[in-house]
Write a protein that binds this ligand. Structure first.
Ligand code: NAD
Length: 335
C-alpha cells in the first residue's frame, strides 16, 4: 500500500518534530515542509533531506540564501493528502482557505481555536471520533497532558470535579525573544484560566477549573492535579490505572525536578531531548479525604508530536483502532 503523503506547514518547534515522527512511520511520509524564512532551521531541514517550500513571494530569498525552494506553498499543498499546520498560534487559521481550495485534509495545533475545525483531538480520549475527518485540531501541550490522565481516571473512578494549577515554562529553550523572565507571572490573572474549557473541547463532560502561572524556566511545565472522584479508591488503584497508559511515565529514583527528567531524555538518547510522555511522580499520588492529588511534568515541545501522528492515521483511516495506532506510533519513534 502506498504511504499517505503528508506536508508540514511551519517548520518550527512543533513542525520539525512532527516531520521527523511522520518520517519514522511505515504508513506515511513527508513530501515537503514549508518555511517563511531561509534561516538556520530551513538550512537544517534541507540538510536532513526535506523538500522545502515557501510562500510565492519568498522563493527568491531562499534561492539567494543558497537553500533553493522546491516550489510554493500551493505546490506543496497540491501534492499532499494531508497538511499538518504548525504555524504560530493564530496564523494557521488564515491557511484554511488554501487547504479547502486544494481539497486536502488538515491538522492544526493548540494555538488555534476549537471552532476552526469543530473537533479537538487527543489519541487516548477520542481517536475514533477523528476517523475520516477532513479538519482536526490537536490540542495544546497542557491540554494533551491533562486529557491523558483525566480520561482514564474518569473512566475508572468518575471525576466529580478537577482542580488544576499549571506552572508554565515562560518560553521554549530556543526562544531568545520571550525569555527567560525574572518573575512569577499569574497568567492569565482573570480566573479560571482558558485551560479548563480547552480540556472540555476533548472531554465535554469533565467539570474542571484551572489556574496558571509562568515561571523562569524553559524546560517543561508542571501540573498540580486535584481530582474529586465519584468512587472510593486507593493511591495504588490510581497507580494501576495510570500504569496502563503508554504515554504516562512514572518518575522517581531521585528525580526531584524537571531538570532531571530532561537529563533522563538526554540519557535515553531521545531526539532533541524529547520526553513525549507525561511524567507523573508516582510517589506524589495520594488520596486525602476522598480526593486524588499528584504532580506531573509535561515536555511542551514534544508531547503533542505522537498525537499528531495518530490524528493523521485516524483522518486518513489507516487504522480504525486507537490503541493500535498509539502502539504503532510509539514503536516507530522509540517511545
Ligand atoms: P514556532 O514559532 O516555533 O514555529 C512556527 C514556524 O512557522 C516557524 O518556523 C515560523 O518561521 C513559521 N511561520 C511563521 N509564520 C508563518 C506563516 N505565515 N506561514 C508559514 N509558516 C510560518 O511555533 P511552535 O511553538 O512550533 O507553535 C506552532 C503551533 O503549535 C502553535 O499553534 C502553538 O500554539 C502550538 N504548540 C506549541 C507548543 C510549544 O510549546 N512550542 C506546544 C504545543 C503546541
Amino acid at each position: 500500500m502506498s504511504k499517505a503523503k503528508i506536508a508540514v506547514n511551519g517548520y518550527g518547534t512543533i513542525g520539525k518534530r512532527v516531520a521527523d515522527a511522520v518520517q519514522a512511520q511505515d504508513d506515511m511520509e513527508i513530501i515537503g515542509v514549508a518555511k517563511t524564512r531561509p534561516n538556520y532551521e530551513a538550512a537544517v531541514a534541507a540538510q536532513l533531506g526535506y523538500d522545502i517550500y515557501t510562500l510565492a513571494d519568498r522563493v527568491e530569498s531562499f534561492e539567494k540564501a543558497g537553500i533553493p525552494a522546491a516550489g510554493t506553498l500551493d505546490d506543496m499543498v497540491e501534492k499532499a493528502d494531508l497538511v499538518v499546520d504548525c504555524t504560530p498560534g493564530g496564523v494557521g487559521e488564515s491557511n484554511k482557505a488554501v487547504y479547502e481550495k486544494a481539497g486536502v485534509k488538515a491538522i492544526w495545533q493548540g494555538g488555534e481555536d476549537h471552532e476552526l475545525t469543530g473537533f479537538s483531538f487527543n489519541a487516548v480520549s477520542n481517536y475514533e471520533g477523528a476517523l475520516g475527518l477532513d479538519f482536526v485540531r490537536v490540542v495544546s501541550c497542557n491540554t494533551t497532558g491533562l486529557c491523558r490522565v483525566i480520561y482514564p481516571i474518569d473512566r475508572e473512578f468518575g471525576v466529580k470535579k478537577a482542580r488544576i494549577t499549571l506552572v508554565r515554562r515562560s518560553a521554549d529553550p530556543n526562544d531568545a525573544k520571550k525569555g527567560p523572565i525574572n518573575a512569577i507571572v499569574p497568567n492569565p490573572i482573570k480566573l479560571p484560566s482558558h485551560h479548563g474549557p480547552d480540556v472540555k473541547s476533548v472531554l465535554p463532560n469533565i467539570n474542571i477549573s484551572t489556574m496558571a502561572m509562568k515561571i523562569p524556566t524553559t524546560l517543561m511545565h508542571l501540573h498540580t492535579i486535584n481530582l474529586e472522584l465519584e468512587k472510593d479508591c486507593t493511591a495504588e488503584d490510581v497507580k494501576e490505572v495510570l500504569g496502563t497508559q503508554s504515554r504516562v511515565r512514572f518518575v522517581g529514583q531521585g528525580i526531584t525536578s524537571t531538570a532531571e527528567i530532561i537529563e533522563v531524555a538526554r540519557d535515553l538518547k531521545r531526539p532533541r531531548n524529547d520526553m513525549w510522555e507525561n511524567c507523573v511522580w508516582d510517589e506524589s499520588i495520594t488520596i486525602d479525604d476522598g480526593e486524588l492529588y499528584f504532580f506531573q511534568a509535561i515536555h511542551q515541545e514534544s508531547d503533542v508530536v505522537p498525537e499528531n501522528v495518530d490524528a493523521i492515521r485516524a483522518m486518513m483511516e489507516l487504522e480504525s483502532d486507537g490503541a493500535k495506532s498509539i502502539a504503532k506510533t510509539n514503536k516507530a519513534i522509540g517511545l
